[in-house]
Design a protein around this ligand. Structure first.
Ligand code: FES
Length: 152
């Protein structure tokens, strides 16, 4: 089966393998992290199309659509507006959860560019941070939303 990750196509053999293992172990894409292995902590979050999904508990054979990981969002010379806000607020502490946090934030702002506090809390509630960076995450999302709306 072929899958497309960050606009590149790869062939995968073991369709039962969780998408996260395929990304990390087969394709050397290490942005998505292993956290709980049960889809509960959000460290493994990637996008399929424009939707945030947990890659640790999804067999790759069930994936239809383009996969985007944090590596496909932007690069140092052309960062995504959400990544820029993350840097502005120096959100990361240990950093382990942050690729997943950013992917969930991007999915939220793609679907809802003007989220309320409640919308942000709901959309981000599945992404845990053991370092407690939640206030900075929220501030960065609000700034990214403002910058998206100013650009539009
Ligand atoms: Fe350390 Fe979130 S920054 S777990």
């Amino acid at each position: 089966m072929d899958i497309t990750v960050n606009n590149k196509t790869y062939t995968v053999e073991d369709l039962e393998m969780p998408l996260l293992w395929v990304l990390r172990d087969e394709l050397n894409i290490h942005g998505p992290k292993y956290g709980c292995g049960m889809g509960l902590c959000g460290a493994c979050t990637v996008h399929i199309g424009k939707t945030a999904i947990r890659s640790c508990s999804l067999p790759v054979g069930q994936v239809y659509g383009n996969i985007t990981t944090i590596e496909g969002l932007g690069d140092p010379s052309a960062m995504h507006i959400v990544q820029k806000a993350w840097i502005e607020y120096q959100v990361a502490q240990c950093g382990y959860c942050q690729p997943g946090q950013i992917m969930s934030a991007v999915a939220l702002l793609t679907q809802n560019p003007s989220p309320t506090d409640e919308d942000i809390n709901l959309a981000m509630s599945g992404n845990l941070c053991r370092c407690g960076t939640y206030p900075r995450i929220k501030a960065a999302i609000k700034t990214a939303a403002k910058n998206i709306n100013n650009k539009a």
